[in-house]
Design a protein around this ligand. Structure first.
Ligand code: ZN
Length: 203
């Protein structure tokens, strides 16, 4: 199972970290050992002092495929979940400075809490999903997938040029503005279309 992640896929988030807006999708991956399911907690790792949350809509791949053509892209995903792309921002900044890959800052153990899946057929408008992340009860991120720089279909077409998509793969599609730090004792909650999807306590 592959877990793709897309960086800088919302203009407002690229700007808040002073990053340029990309002209093609920026792709990285997390290993399956990053996933945390069933609302289990996140344990603050001792190798970082600056863990940031990034609330994201995650897309589930439902069909194997490669070199998918745009007109067929929508057939390759069937459900979404709420995910958190935890990032060791201090490590990432160091690695970025050296021009090195980000893997340890983004793919470490338990860096990817994931909610249950919602079939797209149960959403009013699968092309414009509203999602929010709350920290200790306060909304800190509020996103609409209509604001994605690279849409779900575009991501399927792009990724499948390089990687064979397999049923069960997933894509963390990027985070909107409002990323920030967590501390031990915080509780994060993710919502999709106003429905509680994910709870994640920081321990
Ligand atoms: Zn992210």
């Amino acid at each position: 199972m592959k877990i793709f992640c897309i960086g800088r896929n919302y203009i407002d988030h690229a700007k808040e970290l002073n990053n340029p807006v990309p002209s093609e999708p920026m792709v990285f991956m997390k290993p399956p050992t990053a996933l945390v399911v069933n609302n289990k907690p996140f344990y603050y790792p001792d190798f970082s002092e600056k863990i940031h949350y990034e609330g994201e809509i995650v897309l589930r791949i439902c069909k194997n495929g490669r070199a998918v053509q745009p007109e067929f892209a929508a057939r390759y995903y069937d459900a979404v979940a709420f995910g958190i792309d935890f990032t060791a921002r201090d490590l990432q900044e160091k690695l970025k400075g050296k021009g090195h890959p980000w893997e340890i800052a983004k793919g470490f153990d338990r860096s990817g809490p994931l909610s249950k899946w919602v079939p797209l057929s149960e959403l009013n408008n699968p092309q414009d999903i509203h999602f929010q992340l709350k920290k200790n009860g306060t909304v800190v991120q509020d996103g609409h997938t209509r604001d994605l720089i690279f849409s779900f279909d575009t991501l399927i077409v792009y990724l499948s040029q390089y990687f064979t998509l397999q049923k069960g793969d997933m894509i963390f599609t990027g985070t909107p503005a409002g990323v920030g730090p967590v501390q031990i004792g915080d509780v994060l909650e993710g919502e999709i279309e106003g429905n509680a999807m994910l709870t994640c306590a920081i321990k």
